[in-house]
Design a protein around this ligand. Structure first.
Ligand code: SAM
Length: 226
């Protein structure tokens, strides 16, 4: 192993997460298809120059799709194992750095387009405010942020009384300590406008993977100074 490099995947995790049975289920695959399409549409609408920053990038399930579509990506994630997986997601790999979203290893305005997928909505207000400011620092134009959306599927689950339990103490270890115990943060125009404004951003549009059935929505922010 090269000094400073994260360790490779452990033997127990020999199968890339994107290839695990859970990811292969039909519903998951359909959902991933529409989610990726919404993110790609936002990127294409903005036509960013240079690579898109995925912060965080997790294990990089979408990196193969970005490669296929000719969209250059740079990834960053706090977990060495996630970084190792993201580097193994496509060959040749996209540049993936180990780092904290609260202190990104990039200069001001390095990227024209930054994506925060499946991330900010999990965290409590104070963390989100700091992360928003840091993500706004490294983008010189756009930031795409994932929120939960009220969907038919969600309403149906609520009618049936299906509710995911709040996070347990065990699930609040390490970086998860800053997480919200409640699992969902629904898009609210007032909240989104306020947290964007506090980081110098204004809302430019919303992207739904699929209307009514979608459990998420992507909010496109732009630097207010542009
Ligand atoms: C639910 S995953 C989402 C990953 C990716 N955005 C995606 O859509 O696949 C959350 C990721 O956030 C990373 N993470 C948590 N706290 C972080 C932080 N402060 N800085 C950078 N990455 C962080 C975790 O390691 C994990 O890979």
């Amino acid at each position: 192993m090269v000094a400073g490099e994260p360790p490779g995947p452990s033997p127990s995790a020999a199968v890339h997460p994107s290839q695990r049975p859970r990811q292969q289920r039909l519903r998951r695959r359909i959902n991933n298809f529409f989610v990726y399409r919404a993110i790609r549409k936002a990127i294409r609408d903005c036509q960013p120059a240079g690579p898109v920053l995925m912060a965080p990038c997790g294990y990089g399930w979408f990196l193969d799709r970005f490669r296929r579509d000719g969209i250059e990506v740079i990834g960053v994630d706090i977990e060495p194992q996630a970084v190792a997986w993201a580097r193994a997601a496509v060959s040749p790999p996209f540049p993936v750095f180990q780092g904290n979203v609260l202190q990104l290893p990039f200069v001001d305005g390095q990227f024209e387009f930054v994506v925060a997928n499946r991330f900010l909505l999990h965290f409590e207000e104070g963390f989100r405010a700091r992360a928003f400011r840091e993500l706004a620092r490294v983008t010189r134009r756009h930031l795409l942020v994932h929120y939960d959306a009220v969907s038919l599927h969600h309403l149906w689950r609520r009618l049936r009384g299906v509710r995911k339990p709040e996070l347990s103490d065990h699930e609040m270890q390490g970086w998860r300590q800053a997480k919200r115990r409640e699992r969902r943060l629904f898009y609210d125009p007032q909240l989104a406008t306020a947290e964007g404004a506090a980081a110098g951003l204004v809302i430019r549009g919303l992207y739904y993977p699929w209307h009514l059935l979608s459990e998420r929505v992507y909010c496109l922010y732009e630097k207010a100074t542009l």
